[in-house]
Design a protein around this ligand. Structure first.
Ligand code: RAM
Length: 518
């Protein structure tokens, strides 16, 4: 497609996306309770819960607990007691999604990603009494405030503390309307799934309201599925589809892994091969739920282009016998945050998965010839997958030059339709204790889907209860970006205080349970 034509089309798609910005709903909530710590030695003391707020002076700390994690704006009133205010009140605020962020971490360590993600503020207040609203939106359950100083002559106390919760849907109303379920853990899992998604539904489907607060295509794929089973805010899916299409790379039309909304819609310069291909399943699933043919027709060329790009890039290595690693190539792929995971085999599976959806897309559009072409492509990729990645002796798929065996590789080959039923069941059993595990709820979602394809409903249900239930047992009121039950401090960023503790890709149990409980 000529560059000029693509630029015009981008413009048109972006306009459509911007016409679909949803209205945000705000709700004011007061804290459930608060805790205090006294004096300069506060760090060595435990916070204690109090019914009546005491006056606060230098070194004192107060913690407000709002009951659950939520994106919100924080407001408070502050008054003074004692002599006239002879110096500014100087306060330090930390907004935390979980207890671990203030109990165990100093707040200074953000690993290799920006410290800007740590939700903290220093505030000088010149005039008391006052009311204030913090200008940033935070994601938090707890607000921990340290009084850095008042003066020897006056003290302060808080009043009218509240948070203005924000989302484009009412998650708490949906949670309270949930029918009671005999299994209390399953009930809780549903509740937490819904809250996790609702918190991430803003003017786009965000990945996490604390971090990265933006639209990622892999995350969107799962969020959209859960949305159809819950809020059915299908125009938000449509907006996100148009945003991605309108922000494709003008050089070659590839869809970026994520996009920014502000100050104006912008594409990011990171590209992930798996994510760009997921545009096709998102579009097809959107059509399955809405029947909106007009959107599918408008966006199909963008969708097919992702396969063309991937095929060009991959023909060098996927069809060849010896594999090459995807790392260091122009495009990375994601798959999971597990360190050391070789992604080549999973990528082959994902390409096949997308091509299968491509066949369905052709059928929706009534494009017979194209459907045949995609059918052929599918067969070729299937044959190459078996030839390149199947270990006849061990009866598992391996990945990369080191012939690495991982759960992810088997999962993606099953989801690509290469192995089915009993064979799939045996394949998953063979790698059950494989050390190349999965660490994100995102990859665990695909594992459950693979178990379902293998007819292993009971095992799938057990896994949901164990894995997502494990987060709940560890105190989660929203599900996390990453959870490794064997290493609770695991972080892809080198510090778990910057992990996101409300991450949309972990909200899928409420969708999965629909199939698991049938
Ligand atoms: C992180 C985000 C996001 C994910 C990407 C690959 O930055 O957590 O959710 O899609 O990585």
């Amino acid at each position: 497609m000529g560059n000029e034509k693509m630029m015009k089309e981008r413009e048109k798609f972006l306009q459509k996306a911007q016409s679909l910005i949803p209205e945000l709903l705000y709700e004011e909530k007061t804290p459930r309770c608060y805790w205090m710590q006294r004096g300069e030695t506060a760090k060595e003391q435990k916070l204690y819960c109090c019914l009546k707020q005491e006056e606060l002076g230098k070194g004192d700390r107060i913690l407000f607990d709002f009951g659950h994690n939520c994106p919100a704006y924080f407001q408070f009133g502050l008054k003074k007691t004692g002599s006239p205010q002879d110096a500014p009140a100087f306060l330090y605020f930390r907004f935390c999604e979980t207890e671990r962020e203030f109990l165990e971490e100093s707040g200074e360590d953000s690993g290799w990603i920006s410290r800007g993600w740590i939700q903290e503020e220093w505030l000088h207040i010149d005039e008391l009494p006052c009311t204030a609203e913090m200008s940033r939106r935070y994601a938090f359950r707890y607000v921990l405030i340290t009084v850095l100083d008042t003066s020897k002559k006056y003290k302060i106390s808080f009043e009218n503390v509240l948070r203005k919760e924000v989302s484009c849907v009412d998650g708490e109303a949906m949670i309270s309307a949930l029918p009671k379920c005999g299994d209390s853990m399953l009930h809780k899992i549903r509740e937490v799934s819904i809250r996790t998604l609702a918190n991430c539904m803003q003017t786009v489907f965000e990945d996490g309201p604390k971090r990265d607060r933006r639209l990622w295509l892999g995350d969107l794929m799962l969020q959209a599925l859960v949305n159809y089973e819950t809020f059915q805010k299908n125009d938000l899916v449509k907006r996100c589809l148009y945003l991605f299409a309108g922000l494709c790379n003008p050089e070659d039309g590839m869809i970026p892994a994520c996009v920014f909304e502000k100050p104006v819609p912008l594409m990011d310069d990171s590209f992930l091969l798996d994510y760009s291909l997921f545009f096709i399943p998102v579009l097809v699933e959107y059509y399955r739920r809405t029947g909106d043919l007009e959107t599918v027709e408008e966006l199909s060329e963008t969708a097919f282009r992702q396969v063309t790009i991937a095929m060009k890039f991959t023909e060098n290595f996927l069809i060849r016998e010896e594999g090459i690693s995807l790392q260091g190539e122009k495009y990375f792929c994601f798959v999971d945050w597990k360190e050391g995971l070789d992604k080549q085999c999973s990528m082959q599976g994902i390409l096949l998965y997308a091509v299968r959806y491509g066949v369905e897309l052709c059928e929706i559009l009534g494009q017979k010839e194209m459907a045949e072409k995609y059918g052929e492509m599918q067969k070729g990729l299937e044959a190459a997958a078996v030839k390149t990645f199947w270990d006849q002796k061990k009866k598992v798929f391996f990945s990369g030059r080191q012939h690495q065996i991982s759960i992810a590789s088997q999962v993606w080959m099953i989801l690509a339709g290469l192995v089915q039923g009993k064979e799939a069941k045996e394949l998953l059993l063979r790698v059950k204790d494989c050390p190349m595990i999965m660490v994100t709820p995102y990859m665990h979602h695909f594992y459950v889907m693979a178990l379902l394809r293998a007819g292993e409903k009971e095992e799938a249900l057990k896994h949901v209860k164990e894995y997502w239930g494990g987060m709940i047992r560890a105190g989660a009121d929203t599900f996390w970006e990453l959870y490794n039950p064997m290493n609770e401090k695991e972080s892809p960023y080198g510090s778990y205080s910057v992990n996101s503790y409300c991450h949309a890709w972990s909200c899928t149990p409420v969708y999965l349970l629909k199939y698991l409980e049938e």
